[in-house]
Design a protein around this ligand. Structure first.
Ligand code: ATP
Ligand code: MG
Length: 571
C-alpha cells in the first residue's frame, strides 16, 4: 500500500487490542484487512470511517511488522440488478482522494467459480440442499424470534437430486425464484440467520463484471466469508448490524476450510457504524434524494457523500481527522454534525488565506476621496499569530461595496458598524463616517455617502474610538461572482422514523441558497477551481470544482466561521 495518510484512528481501540493479542499469541504474523463496498451507490462519510480503519490498520501493522500486512479493496458485487461500473469508478476515486491506496483490487465475482464449486461440496457433505419453496413460503417457514421455523419439505432431497438440480440451476434451466440453494443447518436455531439460510438464488440478469456467464448468484452471507478466506484476510471488520451474521460466517468457513485450503482463517469483528445527525447515511436514502432530483447529483455539496463533501470543500485531512476523533467503539451512538464542522474549520483555519468578499453588496461613495485616485493597500493573507506569510494588494478608491448587513438606518444598541453619522474602520484601510444615504422610491437604502479620514491608514483616529471593523471591496475592481451558501441537509436532528420517504419532509429547504452579483476582491479573479479561502467575517469558501470559471467565479460555502447552527436553533 502506498499512502501518505497518517494513522487514521486512535490507537488503543478494541480492534487493535484483538489484533495485538492475535499477534502475541502467534495466531497471525501479519494483518490483512479489506474494505468491501457494494458498488450500488457512492460512498458516504460512514464509509470513510470504515476506510480509515481498514486501510489505517494495514498501514500501521505494515510499519510494525513489515511488508505482509495489506488492505484490499473488494467490490461486493453479488447483486447484479443494482450494481454498476460507474459506482466502482466513483468508489475508487473516493478512496484515493481520502489518501489511501489498495494493495489489490478484487471482486466477489472473481470467485464465482470457486463459490459454485464449494456449493457442490456442501451438497455432497449433506450441508446444503436445493429448496423449491417460493420466497413467500420460505419466509413463512422461517418462523420468528419467538417461534422456531419449520423444515422445508425439500430438506431431505438426496445428494444426487440436489447436485442435479444445482447443476441445472447453473445451466439456466429454471426461472428466477424456482429454486434456491440453502444451507442445511437448524430451523429452530435462536439465531434466525442460521435457519437454513439461502446461499444461492436464480437471477437471469446480466452482471457488470461477468456478463451472461451466470444466472445464479451467491448471497452476501455466503460470498463474504469465502471472499475473505480466499484472499487471506485475517481480520474481517464490519459494522454491528452484522453481529448475527457472524455465526453463519463461521459456519461457511468451518465447513469449507479443509476442502478449499484457504490461506487464512478469517474472523469477523463488528464495530459501531457512524451515525451523524442532521443528515442521512444510508445509500438507499441517498439514492432516493439523487433519483428524485431533490439534490443535483451524488456530488451535491449538501450530501454527506465523499464526492459531495469534496465538492463542498472538505479536505481529506479534515475527514481523516474527524474519523480519528470519532474513534472505534462497540456501542452505537450519534455523532454531532458540529464535530465534523469543527474538523474542517480547524484545518482551514491553519491553511486558508483570508480575503475580502461582499456577498450582499451595498454601494458606498467616499465624497472626499479624489475621483480618479486608486491606492494599492497591503493586506496579509494570514493573521499575525499564524506562522504563514503572504500578502496581496487590495485597491482602494472612491467607490466601494460593503455588506448590506453592516449598515443600519436606525442602529440598534451595540451595533458598532455603519449607520448615519457613525464611523467604522474598513479592514486594511481607512475609517469612514456615513454622512448621507440615498433611497429608492420604496425607501430602501441603495447607496451610502461617506467621508474618510486620511490620517487613519494603519493608525487610530485621534481623539475618538472606532469600535467596528467591516470588510469591503473596491467597486471599480470587484469581480462579480455566484456564491452558494450551503447548510445542513436536514432541519431535524434525526429524520422521522416510519415510512421510508418520510425523511424527505425533514430536508432543509434552506440547505442551499444561491446568491448572485456578489463582489469579490480583485485577487480572486485568478482563483482556480478547488482553491479554498476564508472570506473574512463570512466563513470558508471553495471555488467550485465544476462550475467555477475564470471571469465567472462560483464559490461554495464550506462552513461558517463559528457554529452558527447552535445559536440559530436557540432563537
Ligand atoms: P448503507 O447502509 O448506507 O446502504 P452499506 O453498509 O450497504 O451502506 P456497503 O457498500 O455494503 O454499504 O459498505 C461497505 C463497508 O462500509 C461495510 O463494511 C460497511 O460495514 C461499512 N459501512 C457502511 N456504512 C457505514 C457507517 N455508517 N459507518 C461505518 N462503516 C460503514
Ligand atoms: Mg451492504
Amino acid at each position: 500500500m502506498t499512502s501518505s495518510a497518517p494513522a487514521s484512528t486512535k490507537p488503543g481501540d478494541f480492534i487493535r487490542d484483538i489484533i495485538n493479542d492475535d499477534l502475541a499469541a502467534g495466531r497471525h504474523d501479519k494483518v490483512l484487512t479489506r474494505f468491501p463496498p457494494e458498488p450500488n451507490g457512492f460512498l458516504h462519510i460512514g464509509h470513510a470511517k470504515s476506510i480509515c480503519l481498514n486501510f489505517g490498520l494495514a498501514l500501521e501493522y505494515r510499519e510494525r511488522l513489515g511488508s505482509g500486512s495489506r488492505c484490499h479493496l473488494r467490490f461486493d458485487d453479488t447483486d447484479p440488478a443494482k450494481e454498476d461500473t460507474l459506482f466502482e469508478d466513483g468508489i475508487q476515486a473516493d478512496v484515493r482522494w481520502l489518501g489511501f491506496d489498495w494493495d489489490g483490487l478484487y471482486h466477489a465475482s472473481d470467485y464465482f467459480e470457486q463459490m459454485y464449486d464449494y456449493g457442490e461440496h456442501l451438497i455432497k457433505e449433506g450441508k446444503a440442499f436445493v429448496c423449491s419453496l417460493s420466497d413467500a413460503e420460505i419466509k413463512e417457514y422461517r418462523g420468528n424470534v419467538t417461534t422456531p421455523g419449520k423444515n422445508s419439505p425439500y430438506r431431505e432431497r438426496s445428494v444426487e437430486e440436489n447436485l442435479d438440480l444445482f447443476r441445472r440451476m447453473r445451466k439456466g434451466e429454471f426461472k428466477d425464484g424456482e429454486h434456491v440453494l440453502r444451507g442445511k443447518i437448524d430451523m429452530a436455531n435462536p439465531n434466525m440467520k442460521m435457519r437454513d439460510p439461502m446461499l444461492y438464488r436464480i437471477r437471469h440478469t446480466a452482471h457488470h463484471m461477468t456478463g451472461d456467464k451466470w444466472c445464479i448468484y451467491p448471497m452476501y452471507d455466503y460470498a463474504h466469508p469465502i471472499s475473505d478466506a480466499i484472499e487471506g484476510i485475517t481480520h474481517s471488520i464490519c459494522t454491528l448490524e452484522f453481529e448475527n451474521n457472524r455465526e453463519l460466517y463461521d459456519w461457511a468457513i468451518d465447513n469449507l476450510i479443509e476442502y478449499a485450503k484457504f490461506p487464512s482463517r478469517p474472523h469477523q469483528y463488528e464495530f459501531a457504524r457512524l451515525n451523524l445527525n442532521y443528515t442521512v447515511l444510508s445509500k438507499r436514502r441517498l439514492l432516493e434524494l439523487v433519483e428524485g432530483n431533490h439534490v443535483s447529483g451524488w456530488d451535491d455539496p449538501r450530501l454527506p457523500t465523499i464526492a459531495g463533501l469534496r465538492r463542498r470543500g472538505y479536505t481529506p485531512e479534515s475527514i481523516r481527522a474527524f474519523c480519528a476523533t470519532v474513534g472505534v467503539a462497540k456501542a452505537n451512538s450519534i455523532v454531532d454534525m458540529a464535530q465534523l464542522e469543527f474538523c474542517i474549520r480547524d484545518d482551514l483555519n491553519q491553511n486558508a488565506p483570508r480575503v475580502l468578499a461582499v456577498l450582499k453588496p451595498l454601494k458606498v461613495v467616499i465624497e472626499n476621496y479624489p475621483d480618479t485616485e486608486v491606492q494599492e493597500l497591503d493586506a496579509a493573507y494570514y493573521p499575525q499569530d499564524m506562522p504563514k506569510e503572504g500578502s496581496r494588494k487590495v485597491p482602494f478608491c472612491k467607490e466601494l461595496y460593503v455588506e448590506q448587513d453592516d449598515f443600519m438606518l436606525e442602529p440598534i444598541k451595540d451595533f458598532y458598524r455603519l449607520a448615519p453619522g457613525k464611523e467604522v474602520r474598513l479592514r486594511y484601510a481607512y475609517c469612514i463616517t456615513c454622512t448621507d444615504v440615498i433611497k429608492d422610491a420604496d425607501g430602501n437604502v441603495t447607496e451610502i455617502r461617506a467621508t474618510y479620514d486620511p490620517e487613519t491608514l494603519g493608525a487610530n483616529p485621534v481623539g475618538r474610538k472606532v469600535k467596528g471593523t467591516i470588510h469591503w471591496v473596491s467597486a471599480r475592481h470587484a469581480v462579480d461572482a455566484e456564491v452558494r451558501l450551503y447548510d445542513r441537509l436536514l432541519s431535524e436532528e434525526a429524520p422521522p422514523a416510519g415510512k421510508d420517504s418520510e425523511f424527505l419532509n425533514a430536508v432543509n429547504p434552506n440547505a442551499l441558497q444561491v446568491l448572485t452579483g456578489c463582489k469579490l476582491e480583485r485577487s480572486l479573479s485568478e482563483s482556480k477551481p478547488g482553491e479554498r479561502f476564508q472570506f473574512e467575517r463570512q466563513g470558508y469558501f471553495i471555488a467550485d470544482e465544476k462550475d467555477h470559471k475564470p471571469g465567472a467565479p462560483v464559490f461554495n460555502r464550506i462552513v461558517t466561521l463559528k457554529d452558527s447552527w447552535a445559536r440559530s436553533q436557540k432563537k
